[in-house]
Design a binder for this molecule. Sequence first.
Ligand code: 6PG
Length: 247
Amino acid sequence: MDQSLKPEIYIFNSLEKASQALAERIMKISSDAITKKGKFALALSGGRTPRRLYSLLASEYADKIIWEAVHLFWGDERCVARDHPDSNYAMAYQTLLSNIQIPAQNIHRIHTELHPPEKAAESYEEMLREFFNNPEDKVLSAFDVILLGVGPDGHTASLFPQSPALEEKSRWVAAVDAPPSFSTRQRITMTFPLMNRSRAAIFLVSGAEKNTVVEMILEEPDRATKIYPAARVQPRERLVWFIGKKE
Ligand code: 6PG
């Protein structure tokens, strides 16, 4: 029997509208989580697509989210300095972090200054296991939400097709190499064992170059799981797609 979650799919006629709707959804989820558990654990995605979402969270939604109860993480990071143009942290800092009142200790950056990359991955995993296995805080065992994007090759976070990291069964974080076509090849990424512990995984996707991948993932999931890493994200409670067409 198919155990996979049926995805919730929301299609908008622009990335702007998809970003507005997702900002509203994140605000609501965070409010519920904070009411129930006193905190909200959100893993951010990188790349270009979420920039507008993050700037909305930092502007129209800045006063609607209780940032001191929010903990931010990253689904993946490029092995560059935190202020490098390719850094996912730098993008989030410019669009979100520098514009909200969030305690510094609630920002859980991937420490890419640790070398080799395996050390940065181990350090991040150690922090995550401590954060989620806190004996005083049984209710928070994983992310409430992990935000994800999709590449035209079907990658998500930095889990690329044919990567050995796709078969990781126990470790939560891995050091990987992106394909040669990518400017920053050394990456740190969450693996499926961690991603799939999340309560919800929310994809924000836009761009015609991803249509083929997204259509197969949503219409032929069994076939897609053999080809596209993004098809193998299976959170515990909710799998959601916010799609902005016509970009
Ligand atoms: C990264 C992201 C990656 C991204 C996709 C889509 O570090 O690049 O985590 O998985 O979400 O590559 O990127 P765009 O949003 O730029 O299309």
